[in-house]
Ligand binder design. Structure first.
Ligand code: JCZ
Length: 248
């Protein structure tokens, strides 16, 4: 997958040089390219913002640099390929695991990181004439810019790509994404030592009884979900829950 990120703070994305994503980039699994929006300004001050039409607080990102940046970045696709443009925004569609699964199937994503009060709306309108455009929100809170949201989305999508996670992690990911644990919150996890500050690991996890361990883990996941996200349990009918009992 190719991922282009356009931002006035390219250094914000140095975490993408680390860990699994850093390794995936080094191996060629992931091709992440950073672009400084100011490269497409032509004035002495590299101006990217201006006052909002209609008045109001703050500044709005000017359309000209964005238009030139998107033309330059998206024009260079192989065999004229076009990317999907993702614009992080508090007003966007919810970014969910399901939407991440869908984005992970895309060959090329471009992220437009806004700042100030946002990007002149004509930029996305103009781009939509040449490529799919999605405004996405990572949650109901307001960030100072799109960079944090882009980091979250790039990490969530990248870890779904085959080969990015090691075998162990991808096995864990599968068990929570599908089957009896799908859509449930993860329960508690433990590792050595068996006793730490007089706190024991739940004995079932040391029992070697895989059926009992699976049942215990599903029960813990149901408890965590009922406690913190009861609305997720609405997805299950009583029959589903009974069937899950048989499954595990
Ligand atoms: N889910 C979420 C996205 C944002 C966001 C996205 C872009 C910009 C640009 C300026 N402020 C922004 C905030 N906040 N919260």
């Amino acid at each position: 997958m190719r991922i282009d990120i356009i931002t006035i703070f390219p250094e914000y994305f140095s975490p993408l040089e680390l860990s699994l994503i850093g390794k995936a980039r080094a191996s060629g699994l992931l091709d992440i390219r950073l672009h400084d929006l100011r490269s497409w300004t032509h004035d002495r001050h590299n101006t990217v913002d201006d006052t909002p039409y209609g008045g109001g607080p703050g500044m709005v990102m000017k359309p000209e640099p964005w238009g030139e940046a998107l033309d330059a970045v998206t024009g260079g696709g192989e065999e004229g390929a076009t990317p999907r443009l993702i614009v992080p925004a508090p007003s966007g569609l919810p970014f969910t695991q399901q939407r991440a699964d869908r984005l992970a199937a895309e060959p090329w994503l471009v992220f437009a990181c806004g700042r100030y009060e946002g990007i002149d709306s004509r930029v996305a309108e103009d781009a939509a004439g040449r490529m799919p455009v999605e405004h996405l929100s990572i949650g109901d809170y307001v960030l100072a810019g799109g960079e944090s949201a882009t980091l979250v989305m790039v990490e969530t999508v990248s870890r779904l790509l085959p080969g990015v996670l090691g075998n162990a992690e991808s096995a864990v990911q599968d068990s929570f994404a599908t089957g009896a644990m799908a859509h449930l919150l993860e329960g508690p996890v433990y590792t050595k030592p068996p006793v730490w500050r007089d706190r024991e690991v739940p004995p079932v996890l040391l029992s070697g009884n895989h059926g009992a361990v699976d049942r215990w883990r599903r029960d813990q996941a149901l408890r965590a979900t009922a406690r913190n996200r009861p609305e997720l349990l609405d997805r299950f009918t009583d029959d589903d829950l009974d069937r899950r009992d048989q499954e595990v």
